[in-house]
Design a protein around this ligand. Structure first.
Ligand SMILES: Nc1nc2c(c(=O)[nH]1)N(C=O)[C@@H](CNc1ccc(C(=O)N[C@@H](CCC(=O)O)C(=O)O)cc1)CN2
Ligand SMILES: Nc1ncnc2c1ncn2[C@@H]1O[C@H](COP(=O)(O)OP(=O)(O)OP(=O)(O)O)[C@@H](O)[C@H]1O
Length: 184
């Protein structure tokens, strides 16, 4: 399943990718979810993931505090401040992350987290990269956790994903074509 959706994502050409990333960022930036968020985390795309750079620029332009994941041992991660000029390096997966430890913020103190995914469905279920990082970070905190917003190409929508008991449900998904809101 993961492999199938990764393959699908890789079929997109560079121009399509750029257009999709610009459209998704514009759509998300217009939403109430985005406008209400002050402390916001996003991922730095790797491989064929939907690029977050256009969104990052909008965040900085709108004066939001931006955080990105930095992976730790034991499949855990931490969200660190990412400002223009922050030095980056590649982690063990080849994903860019802040090179030196900076200001961090506990996952529950963020307003909104832009979540990478391999596939999503119309009920807000998510298939991730397989490491369980996001599930672990937001496990069992339904009430007080930040809004979790999946960020993906429209072609990553699956008919219906099996929900594992530990999976955290997404509150919304933004694609280059649509904004799905499951819980507002
Ligand atoms: N851009 C980005 N940053 C991110 C994530 C992400 O999905 N995307 N993560 C989201 O969790 C965390 C890193 N998690 C990762 C988990 C697994 C693999 C990975 O390479 N997995 C293997 C296959 C694993 C398996 O299915 O057995 C692979 O792709 O070869 C990469 C990152 C934090 N940062
Ligand atoms: N809250 C948790 N506590 C402990 N282990 C967990 C938790 N959530 C998930 N896991 C473990 O992590 C592994 C990967 O989970 P899953 O396949 O759902 O990851 P994913 O959501 O696709 O990955 P990611 O969040 O990294 O994108 C599973 O084998 C699961 O046992």
């Amino acid at each position: 399943m993961r492999r199938e959706f990764r393959r699908l994502r890789r079929t997109l050409g560079p121009a399509q990718r750029r257009r999709a990333a610009a459209r998704a960022a514009a759509r998300f930036a217009r939403s109430l979810l985005f406008r209400r968020a002050r402390q916001l985390a996003l991922y730095l795309a790797h491989g064929s993931e939907l690029d977050t750079l256009p969104l990052l620029h909008r965040c900085h332009a709108a004066g939001k505090a931006v955080y990105v994941p930095r992976v730790l041992d034991g499949h855990r991660m931490r969200f660190e401040r990412y400002a223009p000029g922050t030095r980056l390096r590649r982690n063990r997966y080849g994903i860019l992350e802040p090179a030196i430890r900076g200001a961090r913020r506990g996952p529950m103190r963020l307003d909104l987290v832009v979540v990478p995914l391999t596939a999503f469905d119309a009920r807000g279920h998510r298939l991730g990269a397989g490491g369980g990082y996001y599930d672990r970070a937001f496990a069992g905190r339904r009430g007080s956790r930040p809004r979790l917003v999946g960020y993906a190409y429209a072609l990553q929508q699956a008919p219906a994903l099996p929900a594992e008991p530990w999976d955290v449900r997404l509150d919304a998904v933004v694609t280059d074509k649509t904004l799905f809101v499951f819980r507002s």
